[in-house]
Ligand binder design. Structure first.
Ligand SMILES: Nc1ncnc2c1ncn2[C@@H]1O[C@H](COP(=O)(O)OP(=O)(O)O)[C@@H](O)[C@H]1O
Ligand SMILES: [Mg+2]
Length: 400
């Protein structure tokens, strides 16, 4: 028998954990038994186990979110989902998320060990690859930068991963100002360093915010020639995906030859708009354009910023206009947002409980599939509403 592999079990059921431990005794060392799926991602990532057993009986939603992350970032980890019924929906979702197998409880020893062996025999899924999330709009002043900086913060807090915020508003970028960040390493510098770039050079050059995420700021002066061509920009972002878990890109509202290559490879494009007719109409046009060139609905999402319930253009009307569900909404929260921007702070610094901060945190959960630690479902109505929107979108995507 080959060496024992590392395994992590996530379950609240101690009897089950002991049972699995006993059955796996010749094959695996159980490194950790994390009781709560929320917040377990960073531990899993650190340990990078070969086997990950996920009990989905308590909180299937969070588990699938977690499984998605693991699938993406830990190519050597095999996921085995455990459940006490053969619910076809759950089986399909498990396999779609990348689980190697779905195991029925109570565990039958022989078929369980056979599943584990088969899972281990499957080859690695290839290189780890980060996810690019482009934040854009169709008009200025919609809240792109506000969302970008605070999403970087929340995604970093949730995942504990390597998160990079890129200010791609060359010349007019204000990420550095929003974060009160002194940075002398910009997108143009990175482009110049590309031929000799490695992990060391990248991380020693990037500016790190005290919140823990990295930022690549915009140059104050830019010579078009310095940006190279679209190939160079595409290559730069593909390289960044190798080193980062999440890359959040603040994009100017006019699509240009510089932004096209990023938009083209981004996993997600969030279009930010306020509840104002011309802005909403422009979003509809942009959606049409994305649809014409064949972008799937799953990639292009709409976020309504400065949302006011009493605004006469309601959620339903907007969804009808877009022929697409809203991905999320961010409340109108002038005092908190303005104060944070003026001080060069993140919302989480001094406006943690503000509506805008909570709404943006909820978007980070939608994007990562990870619930915040100690999250209380009953308290956060907005949060629940957002999740239900997301589930509808996810279900629609799954039906395809
Ligand atoms: N959720 C919000 N509530 C209230 N005001 C907001 C909100 N989001 C953004 N703002 C305001 O809108 C203005 C534009 O935001 P910004 O993030 O700079 O947009 P963009 O990057 O799209 O130009 C800022 O002055 C900010 O105060
Ligand atoms: Mg901006």
């Amino acid at each position: 028998m080959e060496d024992k592999v590392k395994a992590i079990i996530i379950s609240r059921d101690e009897t089950l954990v002991r049972d699995l431990e006993e059955k796996l005794v010749t094959m695996a060392d159980i490194q950790a038994m994390v009781r709560d799926v929320r917040g377990s991602y960073s531990q899993i990532k650190e340990q990078a186990p070969r086997l990950l057993f996920l009990d989905i009986r308590d909180d299937a939603e969070s588990v699938f979110g977690l499984a998605g992350r693991v699938e993406r970032f830990l190519p050597d980890t095999r996921i085995l989902v455990l459940n006490d019924s053969k619910d076809p929906d759950l089986i399909i979702r498990s396999l779609k998320t990348g689980a190697a197998d779905f195991i029925l409880l109570p565990v039958d020893k022989n078929s369980f060990l056979a599943s584990v062996k088969l899972a281990l025999e499957k080859g690695a899924r290839g290189e780890r690859e980060g996810e690019i999330i482009v934040i854009s709009s169709t008009k200025g002043g919609q809240g792109v930068t506000t969302l970008a900086v605070n999403l970087a913060d929340h995604i970093h807090a949730l995942t504990g991963g390597r998160v990079l915020l890129v200010d791609f508003k060359l010349q007019t970028g204000d990420v550095a100002s929003f974060l009160d960040l002194e940075s002398n390493y910009t997108v143009v510098d990175l482009l110049k360093d590309m031929p000799r770039l490695d992990e060391n050079l990248l991380f020693s050059s990037l500016t790190q915010h005290s919140g823990g995420f990295y930022a690549l700021t915009a140059p104050e002066e830019m010579d078009r020639a310095e940006m190279g061509d679209t190939e160079d920009i595409g290559r730069m972002f593909r390289t960044l995906k190798e080193y980062m878990d999440y890359i959040i890109v603040d994009i100017p509202h006019e699509f240009t030859e510089h932004t096209a290559p990023v938009i083209d490879i981004a996993e997600r494009i969030l279009l930010v708009s306020q509840q104002i007719v011309p802005a909403l109409k422009a979003v509809r046009k942009a959606l049409d354009l994305f649809r014409t060139v064949g972008y799937e609905e799953d990639r292009v999402k709409i976020v309504i910023n400065r949302y006011e319930k009493r605004n006469e253009i309601g959620q339903e009307e907007m969804e009808k206009l877009f022929e697409q569900k809203l991905f999320a909404i961010v409340s109108n929260d002038y005092n908190a947002v303005t104060d944070a921007i003026n001080k060069g702070e993140l919302l989480s610094a001094n406006h943690e409980g503000s509506l805008a901060n909570r709404d943006i945190a909820a978007i980070a959960t939608l994007l990562t599939g990870i619930q915040p630690k100690g999250h209380d479902q009953t308290r956060q109505g907005v949060f629940r509403r957002l999740l239900s929107v997301a589930h509808r979108v996810a279900e629609k995507g799954n039906q395809k």
